[in-house]
Ligand binder design. Structure first.
Ligand SMILES: *Cc1c(COP(=O)(O)O)cnc(C)c1O
Length: 237
């Protein structure tokens, strides 16, 4: 897979071990058969943006060992289903009310879940995530929920052809991670930095990504624009 080569090359360039960087298949709009091909080729981690797609692909994928993360906007009324379809990590937590609902449901089911805090490092209105200035305080609030196991941070970098502007977003996420680590908050691990996509994974790896989330570079162009997934005003999919 060409993407693996890109990851390896980027790691080599900045003296990192490629084992430190996990590839998450961003599988929105990708049919289960195609995801299966990637799993058979050795991949083990996928991320979905919509509960509907988790549901549709669940049966067909359930017999192949893999992990499922949720990377889309977290709606409180969908929490039950996210758990039902086997998500082990929610990378997009950015609201206290969602954390409360999640904690309640997890208590009921006697389960825990892994959490990344999503940070809006590009300050774009169209993107979800807590503001960088609030990330430390927000993490402290979330740490109070004992069923949410905080493992790291997630961001979507600025969409720009100017690499240095994109890099700023990833640098900022790393800085926030270091700040949170320095606070020594109980129930908070900060080992993971989920950043970098098809167009910017090299820069993200240079700035410390431990998970890159890749869709287009592996599965090809999607027919829906990404705003469809990132902007919940459109609920058709
Ligand atoms: C779609 C998506 C990706 C992957 O984007 P590509 O540009 O197709 O690689 C990564 N992260 C999130 C949150 C996404 O929604």
């Amino acid at each position: 897979m060409y993407t693996l080569k890109r990851i390896e090359n980027a790691c080599r360039k900045c003296n990192r071990n490629p084992d430190e960087v996990k590839l998450l298949l961003a599988t929105k709009t990708v049919p289960a058969e195609k995801i299966k091909v990637a799993f058979r080729a050795g991949q083990t981690l996928m991320g979905e943006n919509k509960v509907q797609e988790l549901k549709e692909k669940f049966e067909e994928l359930k017999d192949i060992p893999h992990l499922k993360h949720f990377i889309g906007h977290l709606q409180t009324n969908k929490i039950k289903d996210i758990l039902k379809y086997g998500v082990t990590c929610i990378q997009s937590l950015d609201r206290l009310d969602a954390a409360k609902k999640l904690q309640q449901r997890l208590e009921f089911e006697q389960k825990n879940i892994e959490i990344f805090i999503q940070v809006n490092t590009s300050y774009e209105d169209s993107k979800f995530g807590v503001e960088p200035e609030n990330a430390v305080a927000f993490t402290k609030q979330i740490a109070a929920f004992d069923r949410l196991k905080i493992k790291g941070l997630m961001t979507i970098g600025l969409f720009s052809a100017e690499t240095e502007k994109v890099r700023k977003c990833f640098k900022l996420l790393k800085e926030i991670q270091q700040k949170i680590i320095a606070e020594n908050i109980p129930n908070v691990e900060m080992t993971e930095l989920s950043m970098g996509m098809s167009s910017d994974l090299e820069v993200a790896i240079e700035e410390g990504a431990t998970i890159v989330r890749v869709g287009t570079a592996i599965f090809g162009q999607r027919i829906y624009p990404d705003s469809y997934y990132w902007n919940e005003t459109n609920e058709r999919i």
